[in-house]
Design a protein around this ligand. Structure first.
Ligand code: DX5
Ligand code: ZN
Length: 231
């Protein structure tokens, strides 16, 4: 199961390592690599935008030094303009920043900063941020990250109203003929991913459901089966 981004096909499952037990992270990453995972989602938290701290740029550079994964850096930080260059230098391939913490006049310069580095650029919205706020930027970005939990911690439950938000965003993307992917992040598992896909989502950030699994191969297989159209 894959979809295209910039005319290359990508595996739509993006494991988030936020909830990982660091002592077995390497073996989990090896298993993801054996199972054709292409992207690792890094939840970057500064303790201000969210009430938690997580990784710095070295998490991206160390994964890139050992594995072939692309790094999707989700910046849950108060000052993304300051952090973005560090995550570009560390080897991120995709970078998303939250609209909640950027003045409208700063959005385009931040998009430009990410794009000129060669990274794909995404705008992230919390569950209570109006979908319409990202509409003016759909012709400039590669993806929209719709949070389906309030950011800060893994293992939370999927917020059901996200499905309607996905559908509304998908409708706007289709009507304006923009080539923007919808990434959903938070509380995703094999019992809700089918509905999330059907609502219009393209990419799925999954943390706890994958990292709690003792049989990642089978878990990934069951997830991919739920993504097959018409199933
Ligand atoms: C929450 C993070 C999510 C989260 C996903 O702030 O942005 O990526 O880690 O993990 P689960 O799948 O455990 O909700
Ligand atoms: Zn995330």
């Amino acid at each position: 199961m894959s979809l295209t981004h910039n005319s290359t096909s990508i595996n739509p499952i993006f494991p988030s390592i936020l909830s990982t037990n660091y002592f077995n992270l390497e073996s989990k990453l090896n298993t993801f690599q054996e199972n054709n995972i292409e992207f690792i989602h890094l939840d970057i938290m500064d303790g201000h935008f969210v009430d938690n701290l997580s990784f710095g740029p070295s998490a991206a550079s160390s994964i890139k030094s050992q594995f072939p994964f692309k790094i999707d850096s989700h910046l849950m930080v108060n000052n993304p303009a300051k952090m973005i260059p560090k995550f570009i230098k560390a080897g991120s391939d995709w970078i998303s920043f939250h609209l909640e913490v950027v003045e409208n006049s700063d959005v385009l310069p931040i998009i430009q900063m990410i794009k000129t580095s060669g990274c794909s650029v995404g705008i992230a919205l919390n569950p209570d941020k109006e979908i319409e706020t990202v509409f003016p930027f759909l012709d400039r970005i590669d993806f929209v990250l719709l949070m389906s939990v309030f950011p800060g911690f893994g293992g939370q439950s999927f917020i059901p109203s996200t499905l309607e938000r996905i559908a509304r965003l998908k409708k706007q993307i289709t009507q304006t003929q923009n080539n923007v992917l919808i990434q959903v992040d938070g509380g995703i598992n094999d019992s809700n991913i089918h509905d999330i896909k059907n609502a219009g989502a393209d990419l799925f950030v999954i943390g706890t459901f994958l990292f709690n699994s003792e049989h990642i191969k089978e878990t990934l297989f069951s997830i991919h089966n739920k993504l097959i159209p018409g199933v």
